[in-house]
Ligand binder design. Structure first.
Ligand code: AMP
Ligand code: MG
Length: 424
């Protein structure tokens, strides 16, 4: 079990800032280590387990960067035009074997191997053809130009991609360019997901009096899928300690992470706390943020020697659940999955309206970022900012983030935004 004695997890009743909470979570997590080999087409979005070392030089041969004429750069005249007889053509994929005589050149295609003895390519547009000769004016080109050197992109034996990368389309292309058909990736992180609350009903069920449909499981499962994780859906759990304990035991057995929503606010915290105290070292945090203050995090104990399963217990309000997911769980899950996540890209946009805020907590407001008429980006809030109003989140394309120490914002001031593109 990780040692949490020095961690703000044990900070008692103090309010943690969002940054402290993130740092405390990041400090105790141990990434999964199991790897598996997958064919390249199945590797998109997976976490690279071992650095990919190039087994070849890329490019594998000196080759032409242009369509034009290849010749020996030593033939270039300083004070008058250089005339070169066109002695043949070289195509990509069909290397030219013979030597080219002095005063001659070869028509060459982009990517074709540089013929022996020739080191320079003059592009079509920088020369003219007269009779069977190419004429190059002085100063147009220097010896050695427009030749791509063997190993210029990557030398044999050097790392092309570092372990921990989340593989992108360009990465898959790069791996293919090395002639590799498969890569070693970490196994997918397994996340058990359930919602708590007597009042919750699943879509498709009748909506009994006083009940609401469970939206968190849909939004959180989708957010987990976007991160490339395996979701184990454990459904709905009533506000009953025995049911909660049974589901938690199954969840921690089944998965590396247990993600729940609801049941950690004041009304429910006591019975949840008692159950969790039996299963691990989960801390209830008061995070200085809005929305999403109640939040619990910590390790659930599994059999001796096994890594813990990590509980992220998010608040039940649908907006708060997603905001706390992005603020805390997203990066933590990527870390656990073995990735080296970069911080969420933060864009600066001009806020079209004034927003009241007091320093001392981080606020996440649902917002629409759009191009400003005067250039750059502007951001406006979507309607009601209530923590339960999921529509405000669905209409938004970004979260407007008012930092911990920040005070009220005047209309026209720049603010931080997290774009949902690539996030949700
Ligand atoms: P809780 O955090 O359990 O106190 O829930 C706070 C509010 O969020 C209550 O109004 C709940 O009905 C609502 N809520 C909790 N869980 C969900 C869920 N899975 N889907 C939709 N609303 C929820
Ligand atoms: Mg509840």
């Amino acid at each position: 079990m990780p040692d949490l004695s020095e961690s703000p997890l044990t900070a008692g009743d103090r309010h943690l800032s969002v940054a402290e909470a993130r740092a405390a979570i990041g400090a105790v997590l141990q990434p999964i280590t199991t790897a598996e080999v997958v064919p390249l087409p199945a590797a998109l979005g997976r976490v690279l387990a071992e650095s990919v070392v190039s087994p070849i030089d890329v490019p594998a041969h000196d080759n032409s960067a242009m369509d034009g004429y290849a010749f020996d750069g030593a033939a270039l005249q300083d004070h008058g035009p250089t005339r070169l007889r066109v002695a043949g053509t070289v195509y990509a994929g069909a290397p030219h074997a013979g030597r080219t005589g002095a005063g001659a050149c070869l028509r060459i295609m982009t990517g074709a191997v540089m013929p022996p003895g020739l080191d320079t390519v003059v592009p079509h547009e920088l020369c003219r053809v007269e009779g069977g000769d190419v004429v190059v004016e002085p100063g147009v080109i220097r010896p050695g130009e427009n030749r791509r050197r063997r190993g210029e992109d990557l030398r044999h034996g050097t790392p092309a991609l570092q372990a921990g990368r989340l593989l992108t389309p360009a990465d898959l292309g790069l791996v293919a360019s090395l002639g590799l058909q498969q890569v070693a990736v970490r196994r997918r992180l397994r996340v058990a997901l359930f919602s708590t609350g007597d009042e919750l009903r699943s879509p498709g069920q009748p909506l009994d009096a006083g009940c609401v449909y469970d939206s968190n499981r849909s939004s959180l499962a989708a957010a987990l899928q976007r991160l490339g994780l395996t979701v184990v859906d454990l459904g709905l759990v009533p506000d009953d300690p025995a049911a909660l304990e049974a589901t938690l035991r199954q969840a921690m057995h089944d998965a590396d992470v247990v993600l729940t929503s609801g049941g950690v606010s004041m009304g429910d915290a006591d019975h949840t706390r008692a159950v969790l105290a039996r299963l691990g070292e989960v801390a209830f945090w008061k995070v200085a943020m809005r929305p999403g203050r109640p939040f619990a995090f910590g390790p659930l104990r599994r059999e001796a020697g096994a890594a813990p399963s990590w509980l992220f217990a998010l608040p039940g309000n649908p907006v708060a659940a997603l905001v706390t997911f992005y603020a805390f769980a997203r990066e933590a899950l990527l870390l656990l999955a073995g990735a080296s996540p970069r911080p969420l890209p933060t864009l600066q946009a001009r806020c079209t309206t004034a927003i009241r805020k007091r320093p001392g907590r981080t606020e996440f407001q649902r917002a629409i970022v759009e191009p400003a008429p005067e250039g750059g980006w502007q951001v406006r809030l979507t309607g009601s900012q209530g923590a339960g109003v999921l529509r405000s989140m669905s209409e938004a394309n970004a979260l407007l983030v008012l930092r911990h120490e920040q005070g009220s914002v005047a209309a026209g001031e720049p603010v931080d935004v997290w774009l949902f593109d690539g996030l949700v």
